[in-house]
Design a protein around this ligand. Structure first.
Ligand SMILES: Cc1cc2nc3c(=O)[nH]c(=O)nc-3n(C[C@H](O)[C@H](O)[C@H](O)COP(=O)(O)O)c2cc1C
Length: 248
């Protein structure tokens, strides 16, 4: 897979907001797909764009399990409770958030830092701060100590309040991974393809089929392909934005 050239601040492309709006507005959760295959080169591009999502400390806690093989797809569709989206899509992608890759990815941030010289602050962050911040210790004891310490120090000044438990680590990893999932859905749409995110699945079976490591959490299974004529079940609607947007 060819790696994307990252945009630099002195080389930003002109952006047409109407094109972006088209992508966002035409994305729908598609419940039936045609049998048309999703070309590898398009899916590869979409996955690379997914990985450009913002993510916590650039620790990239996501993984994508791409299932094309019909027999495995069928098993996965059954584990997705036989949903039509899963049964008809030519590709299913298990989107997984990992809670234990932060250590190796801290090291990768040091090893793969772009440019000649790593700034000292970067060095300090990935070699000292991150290993303390994300490490919850055996039985979560270090997390408890950090939580207690931050509660006391936090009486006087702002302090980080987590993640300080395995549960909070799951939320931590899921946040970044969900952003990558959205990038992936929008990238598919920009290429003229469609998707359906699904959390309606049997987690135990999906994990087994995909071979997800112990610290992985399947946050969604994404069905992807070309929407069928009857793929949209109803008109899109949202509640009144003023009920959800708070101006301070
Ligand atoms: C985390 C998540 C889980 C979802 N799970 C399912 C699912 O299991 N099955 C399904 O048909 N749609 C699922 N959806 C799609 C939502 O139902 C859909 O996004 C919502 O109704 C709004 O419709 P729209 O995506 O077409 O705008 C899920 C969406 C998200 C973000």
């Amino acid at each position: 897979m060819a790696r994307l050239q990252p945009e630099t601040s002195d080389h930003l492309p002109e952006i047409d907001v109407e094109e972006f709006r088209k992508v966002v507005r035409s994305r729908r959760s598609i419940r039936r797909f045609t049998a048309e295959p999703l070309p590898d080169r398009i899916l590869d591009d979409c996955l690379e764009l997914a990985m450009l999502a913002p993510n916590s400390s650039n620790l990239q806690p996501w993984e994508f399990y791409v299932v094309r093989t019909p027999a495995v797809r069928q098993q996965l569709a059954t584990a997705c409770l036989g949903q039509n989206a899963a049964k008809t899509a030519p590709v299913l992608i298990g989107i997984v958030a990992r809670t234990n890759t932060w250590r190796q990815n801290s090291q990768r941030n040091l090893d793969e830092w772009p440019g000649d010289k790593r700034p000292r602050i970067v060095e300090k962050y990935y070699s000292r701060v991150a290993p303390l911040h994300y490490n919850q210790g055996p039985f979560g004891l270090l997390g408890m100590v950090k939580k207690a310490a931050s509660s006391v120090i936090g009486l006087r000044r702002p302090v980080p309040r987590g993640p300080y438990s395995s549960c909070e680590m799951k939320v931590w990893a899921a946040k970044s991974t969900a952003l990558a999932a959205e990038n992936l859905m929008l990238a598919l749409r920009a290429h003229g393809y469609d998707s359906c995110p699904m959390e309606g699945f049997d987690d135990c079976r999906v994990r087994r089929i995909l071979g997800v490591p112990k610290d992985g959490n399947v946050i969604m299974v994404l069905a992807a392909g070309r929407q069928a004529d009857n793929g949209i079940y109803h008109q899109q609607y949202r509640f009144d934005p003023s009920d959800f947007i708070h101006q301070l």
